[in-house]
Write a protein that binds this ligand. Structure first.
Ligand SMILES: [Zn+2]
Length: 253
């Protein structure tokens, strides 16, 4: 399996429009972060986790030719609003498979009512095939995906484990029972927003403590705010098995 970080930034991305913050002004490509999303590829399959406002640019950056489905963590804008841009895939392939909880499906139907229109649907609108997921393993492209329920402040949302890789974004806390699904990982991808505490996201200290507890072989931090600091400086202070993810980073598992 190959994974690519399509975006590693928090909801406004980095740089923030109009910001004079030094991290937003940085010329280091690793300090430029699109909104979070992950590309998963194995055999002939290509999936993405989340489909935010930068989806189109991310598909162009990676020259993605085919999309077998979108797995949704939750319904916040920075994770869903790119759906209309599945059109090029839809025109070539037909209905696009979406995998989401009942609550996320409800939000998608509200935000993208025209996609779900049953009569007089605009011919240019994309069509999707809804696959409702619950907190139980499901299969995509011949592989098992295990959802991990994590808390985003008071909102339960999903992370996903595929083989020995787990992707968790927008978590603040994880229940002891859900943590059991995160044993023996080769790679844990986890959100770390900034240094200051935040009500709905792990900060750097909390993310590092959780990594220490779960003991994956390697961990990569994502969903990063400009307030965390310059990529290269933060990277230097991390433990040996922990790295800051950056956009377009690829890992082979
Ligand atoms: Zn988010």
């Amino acid at each position: 399996m190959e994974i690519t970080f399509l975006g590693t930034g928090t909801s406004q991305g980095i740089p923030i429009i109009g910001s004079k913050h030094p991290v937003c002004l940085s010329q280091n490509p690793k300090d430029k972060r699109l909104r979070v999303s992950l590309l998963l590829e194995w055999d002939t399959y290509t999936f993405v986790i989340d489909c935010g406002p930068d989806f189109r640019q991310q598909m162009l950056n990676q020259n993605v030719q085919q999309l077998d489905g979108i797995l949704y963590t939750h319904e916040h804008n920075d994770h869903i609003i790119g759906l209309d841009d599945v059109r090029p895939f839809y025109f070539r392939q037909g209905d696009i498979n979406l995998f989401a909880s009942q609550r996320v499906i409800k939000a998608l139907k509200k935000r993208f009512d025209y996609v779900f229109e049953s009569h007089n649907k605009y011919p240019g609108a994309p069509s999707v095939n809804l696959n409702e997921i619950v907190n139980e393993p499901f299969e995509v492209g011949g592989r098992q995906v295990t959802p991990i329920e994590v808390m985003h402040n008071t909102l339960p949302i999903f992370g996903f484990r595929v083989d020995n890789m787990a992707y968790i974004t927008d978590a603040k806390t994880i229940d002891a029972t859900e943590k059991l699904k995160l044993k023996n990982l080769d790679v844990l991808i986890l959100n770390a927003l900034r240094r200051e505490p935040h009500p709905s996201h792990l900060n750097l200290e909390e993310a590092l403590a959780l990594i220490e507890e779960l003991k994956p072989k390697k961990a990569y931090l994502t969903h990063i705010s400009h307030l965390l600091g310059f990529h290269d400086e933060v990277e230097r202070e991390l433990p040996e098995n922990v790295h800051l993810a950056y956009d377009n980073l690829k890992l082979t598992l």
